[in-house]
Structure formats: structure tokens, C-alpha cells
Design a protein around this ligand. Sequence first.
Ligand code: KIV
Ligand code: ZN
Length: 520
Amino acid sequence: MTEYDKSAQDRVLIFDTTLRDGEQSPGATMSLSEKIEIALLLDEMGVDIIEAGFPIASEGDFHAVSEIAKLVKTAAVCGLSRSSNADIDRAAAALKDAVNPRIHTFIATSPVHMQYKLQMSPEEVIEAVQSSVTRARSHTDNVQWSAEDATRTEPDFLCRAVETAIKAGARTINIPDTVGYTAPGESAKIISMLKERVPGIDEVVISTHCHNDLGMAVANAIAAVEAGARQVECTINGLGERAGNAALEEVVMAMRVRNDILPYRTGIDTTRIIQASRLVSTATGFPVQFNKAVVGKNAFAHEAGIHQDGMLKNAGTYEIMRPEDIGLVETSLVMGKHSGRAALRAKLSDLGYELGDNALKAVFVKFKELADRKKEIYDDDLIALMSDNATNAAHDHLQVKSLRVVCGTDGPQSAELVLTIDGSDHNTTATGDGPVDATFNAVKALVPHSARLQLYQVQAVTEGTDAQATVSVRMEEGGKLVTGQSSDTDTVVASAKAYVNALNKLMVRREKTAPEALAH
Ligand code: KIV
Ligand code: ZN
């Protein structure tokens, strides 16, 4: 079955680009195993098309797209390409084992992009549209074409380019608001215009791809759907270039909660939303903003007395959707030192984490270590444990084996560190301006590098002096950003692990080269 069988008038296809546009978010590098885990969850939760990467961008991207193509059973798997034959052929090669491969080829159509970025005339761009779609169609029937910066494109030229793509065989036409510039009324108008003016438009699926620079991505996507778009491109947690993309969870829940005025259906099992949100946050090291719509920690919290009173009388007073609709389940199971593996599995499942036996075994060890140090284990502690990239990545090049610091009023503070580097232990002692500085100096002595520390952030997971601290570390090397994260009841240990986690990601990132604006 292809997504074209899902052709009922009210059916909106969900195209998830967390692994491609989302990963282009500065600092959001994901490992291969993280990408595979996310892709499999997206498939299970009913995403129609998974954009798995940009195969020509790097060996790593190519490999990720090919592995995901082999493993995904139901969704179409998509690879991005510019308009050159080399890009398109590379995407096709990466997708060769997919049950339903889709090639997504794009070129910019706005005057500013054509003149300055591509340095091509409009005629040359039209030729590239024709030749790129034709080339992609030589590999698969399932071809998507995008007019990059469509919302700043001359209407007549946009119609001409779309018509060219349709004639060359594109089956999905994507209209991106690349720079997050449009507003809902205009977003709808562009889709209506294409529907009125472009021959053959009714034979293809119109898609919308909105960036969030002015905070209107979801509103613009929904407006496009109201005007006739039937594919929404979006990402989990709204991840993406700059201010991000339309958030999948917001688009899907808006259509579900306001189905009275937005009478559209998606194939998404909304009870998997919280699991997907946490998985993506863990993989990227990007925390979800507390007041983020649908998936933020405060999205279902009611603090004002008047709200609590209303909630107690009837949840409908202040709640427009139920926590369980997105997979949040409240339980009374209190976890602690004596809790067993079955209780941990049940609790994690309530929190949206379904673990196999091996993964559970590893998490159980960490849980016991934490329970030895902390009397009560709250839900947030378990979420922090599950989100601890450093703890989860047993296969990483670098791992913190042990750390001892000397700190206090009389300096210098020092750190004695043992790091496991590719399986063998290395140790050193370093001093610094405080225990964290000393620890980072010790890491740097064992793993010399020129990356610059851009952000060091500590956040308490729960209340109390025995609370875990979640530490985020962002580093920059040659214009590339990575974010490492770790949690521990010892803030300095969490700092060391977060720093090492960022370095591990940097190693993955090094091979990824940003493709330049290429036209043909
Ligand atoms: O924002 C954009 O224009 C894109 C295209 C490649 C679809 O991400
Ligand atoms: Zn984009």
C-alpha cells in the first residue's frame, strides 16, 4: 500500500523531517542508532513519509538513509537531493532497499535565491526543474519536488515552475516557507492560487513545509491544509533550521482537538507523541521548553488556585485535551531502592518508554545506582535517567570511568580523571578555576581538541539537595555545533559526562560536510 491509497478528501499525510531538517538544527547531531530508533518509532506511530536524511551530504547521512530504508516497514522513506544528477542518483542509491522509496528534489525559485545563491537565470531554473524531476522519475514513481523559498517567489514564476515539475512527473509538490516569512492568510492564498492556475495540480498532492521564524509555522501549515494542501511537513518538538519547523504534535493535535472546525484526519496514533518527544529530546540533547504546546512539562500542569478548583470539579474546565491522548499516564507507583525490574518496566512504560530486555537490564543497573543515592525516585528522575545520552551510549569512543575532585575555598581546585578511550583507560590530573573547569581541563588533556565551549548549563531535575542535576554542554568546531547532556546527583560528574558526550558527537559530526547551494 502506498500513501496514495490514503486519498480520502479529509486525509492529511504526515511527512516527518526530524531526521533531515530537524538534524540541520545547530547542535542537533544524532547518531545512527538514535536515528534508527526514531525512524522506527515514527513508522509505528503512523507517520506516512519519513525524510531520513540528505544522502549526498556525507557518508554518515547516506548510511543512515540506507539503514532506515532497509528497516522501515510501512512509511515511505524519503531522501533529499538538490537538482544535480549526482545528488539524485545518490539519494536513489541510499533508498534502494526501501519498500516505498521517495526522492525529494528541490531548487530555489525566489528572485533573491536564484540571483545570489544559485546565480542562475529563471530559464535555467525551469530547465533544472524539468531535468531533475525527470532524472528522479527514472529511479522511482514516488517523486516530490520543492520550490525552495516558495513564499517569496513571484506568483507567475511559481505557477510555471510547479507546472513544469508536474509535467516532468512529480507526484507531490511541496511549497516551503523556507525562511518562516509568510502568514496564515498568505499561506492559504498561495495554495488556492496554485489550485486555480496550475494545470494538473489536482492530480498531485500539495504539501506545505513551514519554518517558525515568526512563530507562525503551525498556523501557516493549517491554513495551507484548509486551502487544499494534503501533506504537512513537520518535525517532532518543532526541531529544525533556526527557529525550527511546524511541530508534528501541534499540527496533529490541533486537527484532532478542533476537528469541528478542522475536519481532517491523520494516521497518527497520538498516544505515542510523548514517547517521540522524549526520544528526540534525548537524541539531540535539546530540552523541551517547559511551556511548549502539547509536550511541554507544564502543558497539563495547573497551578493557579482558581484553575485547580475548576479542574477538581470538572477537568473540562481548563483542559482541552487529556494527558492520556498524547500518551501521558499518571500512576501512583512510587519508585525507590526496593523496586524491582518489573516495577521499573511498568513505570517506564507509563512514562512512554518501551524497553526490550537488554535495554531494561542496563537501565535497571543505573536505576539501582541512583536509588542508592536518592531516597525517592520521581518521574522526572526516571525521564532524566532515560535522557542521559552519556549513560545510554555504551558504544561511544570516549567514556568517563571515574572522577575525583578537590574543591573548596582554598584553590587550586583539581580533578583526577580516568577516561576510557576506544576501550582502554587513560588517566590524568588537572587544575582549574573551580571543579568543573578543572574537570574540563582534564578531559582536554586526554583528548586534545580545538572545539570552543559555547554553553554550559545546569538544571535541577527535582527539588531537594539530593536532586539530580542535568548538565547541557554546547560546543562549536569549525562552525559546527553539538550538544551533550548528562544527569547525575553529582553536578561535577554530570558536567564531565555531558562534556564527553558532546565530544563524542563532535567526532560523528566531523565527517558531515554541509552541501553548498548547487543547481544542477
Ligand atoms: O525549508 C526548505 O525550503 C527546505 C526544503 C529543502 C524543502 O527544507
Ligand atoms: Zn526546511
